[in-house]
Design a protein around this ligand. Structure first.
Ligand SMILES: Nc1ncnc2c1ncn2[C@@H]1O[C@H](COP(=O)(O)OP(=O)(O)OP(=O)(O)O)[C@@H](O)[C@H]1O
Length: 230
């Protein structure tokens, strides 16, 4: 099964002299269970591509399927539902709610999706345990280290059992010890068969991915499958 498929995916900003082809006719197939790292110099289009794949940005041209659904012309309402039900998002700056505890941050999406409070709490506790934070559920984000906050954000991203987890520089704000914790977690997710797309400058994250794509000027410059090496 293909989790993500893009054909001629293009995102342009501006026009005439100020035209930027942030993503330029990209073709991509990510089979379910594959972990993919996207690398490349600043400004090459990595974040734009990830935002397109997550239905957070609309392409200027091209076709895009996520979890078997064509999304490039989907209504905003249907897109919001698709993000809620099938996509997990992890950002560089965590995006946790400061006034909610770790467990409340993780259960929030399930509650909004209509899961019962008891089931949402049970799942959130399970996910915090999975990311190694069983004893931090009642802490506020301000009481957690950067690495712990990012692990809470990853637990939250997993709360809807997403078909695809998309992460934009998940270790970008972390020191190297904290990055290592997040890296181990991504490696565990990869080993468990979670489909993952991670935009990263961190060669250690790329080293644990099944496949690494390098971008240059909005297009793929190099695509290496690391299959067989693990
Ligand atoms: N909203 C916008 N309006 C105009 N241009 C934009 C916009 N967002 C991004 N761009 C341009 O699109 C190109 C790709 O940007 P993008 O953020 O995707 O790159 P990136 O590879 O993720 O960079 P970085 O590694 O620095 O985060 C850049 O030239 C950027 O200036």
């Amino acid at each position: 099964m293909i989790a993500l498929r893009a054909r001629g995916l293009t995102k342009r900003y501006g026009w005439n002299d100020s035209l930027v082809r942030a993503v330029d006719e990209v073709d991509l197939d990510v089979p379910a269970g594959q972990s993919l790292a996207i690398m490349g110099p600043s400004g090459c289009g990595k974040s734009t591509l990830l935002h397109l794949l997550g239905g957070l940005l609309r392409p200027t041209e091209g076709e895009l399927w996520v979890a078997g659904r064509r999304i490039d012309r989907m209504s905003e309402r249907a897109l919001a539902r698709l993000r809620r039900d099938h996509i997990g998002l992890v950002f560089q700056s965590f995006h946790l709610m400061d006034e909610l505890t770790a467990v409340e941050n993780v259960e929030m999406a399930a509650l909004l999706a209509g899961t019962s409070p008891r089931a949402a709490r049970r799942r959130a506790v399970h996910l915090l345990d999975r990311v190694g934070l069983a004893d931090r559920g009642n802490h506020l984000p301000s009481e957690l280290s950067g690495g712990q906050r990012q692990r809470v954000a990853i637990a939250r991203a997993l709360s809807n059992s997403p078909q695809v987890v998309l992460a934009d520089e998940p270790t970008g704000n972390l020191d190297s010890t904290a990055s290592l914790d997040v890296l181990r977690l991504f490696d565990e997710l990869r080993a468990s068969g979670q489909t993952l797309v991670v935009v990263t400058h961190d060669a250690r994250i790329a080293a644990v991915a099944d496949r690494v794509i390098s971008m240059r000027d909005g297009a793929f410059a190099d695509d290496s499958m690391l299959a067989g090496t693990r």
